[in-house]
Design a protein around this ligand. Structure first.
Ligand code: GDD
Length: 440
């Protein structure tokens, strides 16, 4: 059992938040964009992905500290944290760096002293790579109502998609989690883990400790069906002499959640609102659309007002220049200092910093990377992703391709050139029509 007393002391926060940001060896599916910016800092709907998490956490009244846990270099989040601490003065924010990928629970345990400082009663844990409305207050209400040890956010997906996620079997009446299986091989439920949790601190750390003990006694029996492979970090950690260090690589999903389901105090809050993973680079486009639509519903002043040439929702950075005859939207974000020429058409796309889109060009279902140039009358397009789809790849002429066209940093598209369903690595010049290709 945990040694520290858990009672809240006056003036101290009773909920702390951790955002799991991963590290550079993860997020490989986010290439080519992650070649130039760490995925958590990639901007969707005008803000870095993790800014959307912070905004949601800011609505939970008793959170006074947010900790980013990952294994990126310390310098990566320095400016972001500086800017965010001005925008969210109610939090103390810090980044804690794992010496290697410790897994989704390994980092929590490694930094338990920092996390438990101030004796928080509850711990919010958010995967950085999800996009949703983060109904954290509703999760807290359920947590209190049920006197829970843990609450997980769940959503329904199609039966076909479910096995790509953690699957939850629950009692629909009591909302109790009866069974949890990470990425099961056969169908057990279409209620899936959204990667957002609320834990009682007095339960989660002992649960991790027990998992570590089990790991120490039978280390080779555990496997990690994750999107990216953790095996290398396990081997690295296993080389250490210290027992605790040996077993530090731990997955919340496989090693902890399945066991929590055996307790009677693990509950699921099912969201009916939007939810998507941000894994492939293309998945930034639906995330951008969903966050913009949410901002539009909330009548956010950040968005450009609708007009004959602005089909909402559209975000245009104040330093961008858009010709009044260009037509933008819906679901478009235009980054700092971008220039959009006369008669251009941009729809369902992200246009990053310093991009130039020349007159009469058309950009749809695409991401145009930093400093990119799209020539006059050129056409850069992807294929619309069906609403509710959790995949950004499609099959064209028997070949699996990305449905979103992505131009990496400083790519140029010549005048009148057509680029369709392509992923283009940085610094390429496209002078002829291309379709369904990865351009290296
Ligand atoms: N700090 C840290 N250290 N973060 C990590 C590590 C690590 O070693 N490994 C992964 N993460 C972070 C990632 O950056 C991401 O935000 C989150 O943890 C989950 O990443 P994955 O381990 O790749 O899992 P997944 O995305 O395949 O599946 C998880 O998320 C799904 C929802 O998006 C699981 O929780 C699934 O059950 C869930 O459905």
């Amino acid at each position: 059992m945990l040694q520290v007393p858990i009672r809240e002391q006056s003036g101290q926060s009773s909920t702390k938040a951790v955002i799991l940001v991963g590290g550079p060896s993860r997020g490989t599916r986010f290439r080519p964009l992650s070649l130039d910016v760490p995925k958590p800092l990639f901007e969707v709907a005008g803000h870095p992905i993790i800014h959307h998490c912070l905004k949601a956490i800011a609505k939970v009244p008793d959170v006074r500290e947010v900790i980013l846990v990952g294994y990126y270099d310390e310098s990566v989040f320095r400016d972001f944290l500086k800017d965010s601490s001005k925008e969210f003065p109610q939090f103390r924010m810090q980044y804690l760096r794992e010496y290697t990928a410790l897994g989704t629970a390994g980092g929590l345990y490694h930094f338990r002293d920092a996390i438990l400082k101030g004796k928080p009663e509850r711990l919010l844990v958010l995967n950085a790579d999800v996009c949703c409305s983060f109904p954290l207050t509703e999760m807290l209400t359920l947590f209190e109502e049920k006197d829970a040890e843990a609450v997980i956010l769940g959503t329904r997906v199609s039966n076909d998609a479910a096995s790509n996620f953690g699957c939850i079997v629950s009692d629909s009446h009591t909302k109790r989690v009866l069974h949890y299986v990470e990425k099961p091989e056969s169908h057990i439920s279409n209620l899936i883990n959204c990667g957002v949790y609320l834990f009682a601190t007095e339960c989660i750390f002992p649960a991790i400790r027990s998992a570590i003990k089990r790991r120490t006694t039978r280390p080779r029996l555990l496997s990690y069906p994750s999107s990216d492979n953790l095996e290398s970090s396990f081997v690295a950690a296993a080389g250490d002499d210290d027992d605790t260090e040996k077993s530090e690589v731990l997955r919340l999903e496989q090693d902890i959640l399945s066991d929590l389901a055996d307790s009677n105090r693990f509950f699921v809050h099912e969201t009916k609102d939007f939810w998507r993973q941000i894994k492939s680079a293309g998945s930034a486009v639906p995330a951008n659309a969903l966050y913009l639509q949410k901002a539009f519903q909330a009548q956010s002043e950040e968005l450009t007002p609708p007009s004959a040439t602005i089909v909402p929702p559209v975000f245009i950075h104040p330093t961008a220049t858009v010709d009044p005859t260009a037509k933008l939207g819906p679901n478009v974000s235009i980054g700092p200092r971008a220039v959009i020429g006369a008669g251009a058409r941009v729809k369902d796309s992200i246009v990053l910093e310093d991009v130039e889109i020349r007159h009469d060009a058309c950009v749809m279902h695409s991401i145009i990377g930093w400093n990119g140039r799209v020539g006059a009358w050129a056409r850069v397009e992807g294929t619309p992703i069906p609403i509710g789809s959790h995949s950004t790849s499609i099959v064209k002429q028997g070949v699996k391709v990305q449905s979103i066209t992505i131009l990496g940093k400083e790519c140029g598209v010549g005048d009148e050139v057509r680029v369709q369903n392509c992923v283009c690595l940085p610094y390429k010049e496209l002078k002829r029509d291309v379709a369904n290709e990865v351009i290296m």
